[in-house]
Write a protein that binds this ligand. Structure first.
Ligand SMILES: *Cc1c(COP(=O)(O)O)cnc(C)c1O
Length: 371
C-alpha cells in the first residue's frame, strides 16, 4: 500500500457552509498542540469565552464552545432544557426547525409545531396563537437564520412573545452569528447555539453556545439527569467554567480551538457592526449582478439573509451539471437546494471571510460563463 498525503484542491467555498477559512486561521491551527489542562491553553480558553461573549453580545457566564459541530450545540440546548413531558413550541420554516422537533421528541418532550412556508420568516402571529392555545408550553424554539432557505426571522419579537407567555427560548444562530445583527442580552434570548464554519469562517467542528441565568436555573432544577452524558452542562461546566481548577471532562479539540480563537480575534479587529455591514453590502452587490443575469431570489426582500442567498435556478439550466462545472472549471462551490427546494434553488453563501467583492464578481462571472 502506498497512500500518500492528502492535498486538498483550493476551492472557493460559497455554499451554505463551511465557508472559506483564511490562511491566518489555518496557520493558527498549525501551532503546537498543548495539553488541554496546560495553563497556557486555559488562558486561551478564557479568551475564547470573552470573545464569544462579544460576538453573542452577552454577559452570560455560561458561554463556551461545545466540542462538536452545530448539530451538537442544538442537541446540547434541547437535551439540557427539555425534560420528559415538557411541551415545546417549535417554529418551522425550513429544514432545521424539523431537526428541533426531532430533538424535543428524543428528549421525551411534546413538540407543538408552528409552520410557515419555506422561504418565509416565522410569523409572530402564528406563534402567539400557539402560545394562547398551549398555556402549558414551557419553551419556544426557532431558527434565526434558516440556511435551507435564506430567510431571516425577527428573533427580538419572537423572544418577547415567548416571554410574555412564560416560556424560555432556544434560538438557532448557526448561520446568523456575525453575519447579521444578533443581540443576545438585549433581546433576552435564554439559550442559543451557533457553529464555527459559517460566518466565523473557522473550520467545522465547534459549536459556540450561551445560556442565561434563567436557563441555567432550569437546568440546575431538573428532576431527571440530562440523558446525554457528553452534553450534560452540569458536567461540562466543571471543565469550561471552574475558574483556575478545571477538571477533566473530555479532551478539548485543542488545535481546532486555536482556529476558533483566531477567527474571533479577526471579528474583534473588524468590529461586529462592520462585519454585519460588510455582509449586507456584498449581498446587495450579488443581488444586483444576479438581477442582470435574470436570476431571482426565493425570499422576499425584507427577510433576506445577506450571508445565504437562495436563488431560483434559471429555466433550462441543469442544476447538477451547472454546480459540477462550477466546481471542476472554477473550483467554486455553491449549494444545492434542500428538501422541497431541491432542484429549484441554488444557495449562494457569502459568509465570513468569503463575503467580499472579489468573490461576488468571481461567482457572477463563473455563472455567466457556465450558463
Ligand atoms: C449548518 C446549520 C446547522 C448544523 O450545523 P452543523 O455544524 O452542520 O452540525 C444547524 N442549524 C443551521 C441553521 C445551520 O445552518
Amino acid at each position: 500500500m502506498s497512500i500518500s498525503s492528502f492535498l486538498p484542491p483550493r476551492r472557493t467555498l460559497m455554499g451554505p457552509g463551511p465557508s472559506d477559512v483564511s490562511d491566518r486561521v489555518l496557520q493558527a491551527m498549525a501551532r503546537p498542540t498543548l495539553g488541554h489542562l496546560d495553563p497556557a491553553f486555559i488562558g486561551m480558553m478564557n479568551e475564547v469565552k470573552t470573545l464569544l461573549q462579544y460576538v453573542f453580545q452577552t454577559q452570560n457566564e455560561l458561554t463556551f464552545a461545545v466540542s462538536a459541530p452545530g448539530s451538537a450545540g442544538m442537541e446540547c440546548c434541547f437535551a439540557n432544557l427539555v425534560e420528559c413531558g415538557d411541551k415545546v413550541i417549535v417554529c418551522q420554516n425550513g429544514v432545521f426547525g424539523g431537526r428541533m422537533k426531532e430533538n424535543v421528541e428524543r428528549c421525551g418532550g411534546t413538540a407543538v409545531m408552528v409552520e410557515d412556508n419555506w422561504g418565509d420568516a416565522v410569523d409572530p402571529e402564528k406563534l402567539e396563537a400557539a402560545l394562547k392555545a398551549h398555556p402549558d408550553a414551557v419553551l419556544v424554539a426557532f431558527v434565526h437564520a434558516e440556511t435551507s432557505t435564506g430567510a431571516q426571522s425577527d428573533a427580538k419579537t419572537l423572544v418577547a412573545l415567548a416571554h410574555q407567555y412564560g416560556c424560555l427560548t432556544i434560538v438557532d444562530a448557526v448561520t446568523s452569528l456575525v453575519g447579521t445583527p444578533l443581540l443576545v442580552d438585549e433581546w433576552g434570548i435564554d439559550a442559543i447555539y451557533s457553529g464555527s464554519q459559517k460566518c466565523l469562517s473557522a473550520p467545522p467542528g465547534l459549536s459556540p453556545v450561551s445560556f442565561n441565568q434563567r436557563a441555567a436555573e432550569k437546568i440546575q432544577g431538573r428532576q431527571s439527569k440530562v440523558q446525554s452524558w457528553f452534553l450534560d452542562l452540569n458536567l461540562v461546566m466543571g471543565y469550561w467554567g471552574g475558574e483556575g481548577k478545571r477538571a477533566y471532562h473530555h479532551t478539548a479539540p485543542v488545535n481546532c480551538l486555536y482556529g476558533l480563537h483566531e477567527s474571533l480575534v479577526i471579528v474583534q479587529e473588524e468590529g461586529l457592526e462592520n462585519s454585519w455591514a460588510r455582509h449586507q453590502q456584498n449581498h446587495l452587490a450579488l443581488h444586483k449582478g444576479l438581477q442582470q443575469l435574470g436570476i431571482g431570489f426565493l425570499v422576499k426582500e425584507a427577510h433576506r439573509l445577506p450571508q445565504l442567498n437562495s436563488v431560483f435556478i434559471p429555466s433550462g439550466a441543469d442544476d447538477a451539471e451547472v454546480r459540477t462545472r462550477l466546481l471542476n472549471e472554477f473550483d467554486l462551490e455553491i449549494g444545492a437546494g434542500l428538501g422541497a427546494l431541491a432542484g429549484k434553488v441554488w444557495r449562494i453563501g457569502l459568509m465570513g471571510h468569503a463575503s467580499n467583492q472579489k468573490n461576488v464578481d468571481f461567482c457572477l462571472n463563473a455563472l455567466k460563463a457556465v450558463l
